[in-house]
Ligand binder design. Structure first.
Ligand code: DTR
Ligand code: CA
Ligand code: ZN
Ligand code: ZN
Length: 442
């Protein structure tokens, strides 16, 4: 179904965007026009393609290289970065606005992008500072956060998302001079406009080369959404302890707006205990190119950038659509997994995210295993915490082929979110096969 392109600046959407920028009391922002008819938005955020995020970083690197090697406040590289990001958002149907300010004798710029639609009185914001220090291109600090926020915004457009709440994205200037751009934005936001912001999500350094996975310990609801996402990946997180006041979320927190965010670490060194959970190198900084000329596109850990970009999108979707994945959702793996004859057990994983509470007492486990003489097979469901539930025992006299069956498990003691596994072992020689697919239905 082809959709008309969003009007780049509908009157009402412009009023919302401008209301966020004008110092004088803005006219009461009217509800933005409903977005054109669009498919029901996917309740779960789409995967954010790492290649797209990295392409933005490559472009920011090129901009720095073409402008004296940096993207710092007051330098040509910063404004070129801003114009580049704005052009992509304009083309994607956002209502954009540039807010100017002066700092250290130079003009600074914030970029605000509103997605038309949603309740104008409940605004979910996601932002990142776009400026670098003058010593380098600032690809991790903070091209990574800027690119993750940009690609999430573009994913909102691709999905034609119709969120319950209004979505606003922001790229800040002069963060490195002391959160100057975000402070200017908040200080010039009329109190009535501030009160409409239900939460601000900050992403500053989300691709550090020796990464940690830190979640800001500020607003509990935002923190839970982000932590649950990583739990669903089976990735441990830590509370961000050095962050207070250290990035643009502080500007919002200081005026009472709920905040949260993600961080992969800067100049502090990773401990041996952290290496146990995250890998990497102990005794080395999370980002040893922090604020240095080597903060280039080579200074990125792809896995960290990918996971944090996906977590960013998950939080934006979850907090703006106000729903979690409804019951009855099925989580399926169709990846074939070979079962070694009379050998070690194999597993197939499905990751459940976005749910609340525990799994049901009647968790349905649909199994499709292609295998001659199915009596060879032992089949278990393994919960995210490692608890095993026996689905099928081996049998010396069950010579029929294939296990295509649905089992019901009382998993009510297990948290729903996490990595669930189907475990299969062939305990007798001569017959072989594979896991064709399996499905959990809540
Ligand atoms: N101030 C940020 C880097 C930074 C240092 N600690 C934290 C904690 C949370 C977010 C960011 C940071 C900068 O140099 O841009
Ligand atoms: Ca991804
Ligand atoms: Zn910095
Ligand atoms: Zn930064």
């Amino acid at each position: 179904m082809k959709f008309s392109a969003f009007p780049r600046r509908t009157a009402a959407a412009a009023a919302i965007a401008l209301a966020g920028l004008l110092a004088s009391a803005a006219p009461a922002a009217t509800a933005a026009p409903a977005a054109p008819a669009a498919p029901t938005s996917a309740l779960a955020a789409p995967d954010i393609p790492l290649a797209n995020v990295k392409a933005h970083l490559t472009q920011l690197q090129s901009i720095a290289t073409a402008n004296g090697g940096n993207r710092a406040h007051g330098r040509a590289g910063y404004k070129a970065s801003l114009d580049h990001v704005k052009a992509k958002l304009d083309a994607a149907g956002f209502t954009t606005a540039i807010q100017q300010f002066t700092s250290s004798g130079a003009t600074g710029y914030n970029l605000i992008a509103d997605w038309p639609g949603g309740d104008a009185n409940q605004i979910v914001m996601a932002g990142a500072h776009l400026d670098s220090v003058s010593s380098g291109a600032g690809i991790n600090d903070n091209g990574s956060g800027s690119a993750g926020v940009l690609e999430t915004a573009l994913a909102v457009s691709r999905a034609q998302l119709q969120p319950t709440k209004h979505l606003r994205f922001a790229w800040w200037g002069a963060e490195e001079l002391g959160l100057v751009g975000s402070k200017y934005y908040v200080n010039n936001l009329p109190a009535a406009e501030r009160s409409k912001i239900s939460g601000y999500l900050n992403f500053d350094m989300i691709g550090s080369p020796n990464p940690g996975y830190f979640v800001y310990d500020d607003d509990p609801a935002i923190e839970k959404v982000l932590k649950d996402y990583f739990a669903g990946l089976g990735v441990a997180t830590e509370i961000e302890t050095e962050g207070d006041g250290r990035s643009d979320h502080a500007s919002f927190k200081n005026v009472g707006i709920p905040v949260g965010g993600l961080f992969t670490g800067a100049g502090r060194t990773k401990t041996a205990a952290q290496v146990q959970k995250w890998g990497g190198t102990a005794g080395q900084a999370f980002d040893r190119c922090y604020h240095s000329s080597c903060d280039t596109t080579a200074n990125i850990n792809d896995t960290a950038l990918d996971r944090n970009s996906d977590a960013l999108a998950h939080a934006v979707w979850t907090l703006s659509t106000g729903t979690t994945v409804p019951p009855g959702e099925a989580y399926e793996s169709t990846t074939d997994v070979a079962i070694p004859d009379n050998g070690a057990a194999v597993t197939s994983t499905v990751t459940v995210t976005g749910r609340t509470g525990n799994a049901p007492a009647t968790l349905s486990v649909g199994v499709d295993i292609r295998h001659t003489w199915r009596g060879d097979l032992v089949v278990d469901l393994v919960a995210p915490d490692g608890s095993a539930y026996r689905l099928k025992n081996s049998s010396s006299n069950d010579s029929a082929d294939n296990v295509v069956a649905t089992y019901t498990v009382n998993a009510s003691s297990e948290p729903a979110n996490g990595a669930w596994k189907l475990r299969v072992q062939d305990v007798a020689a001569q017959d072989t096969g594979y896991i064709n697919s399996w499905k959990l239905t809540f």
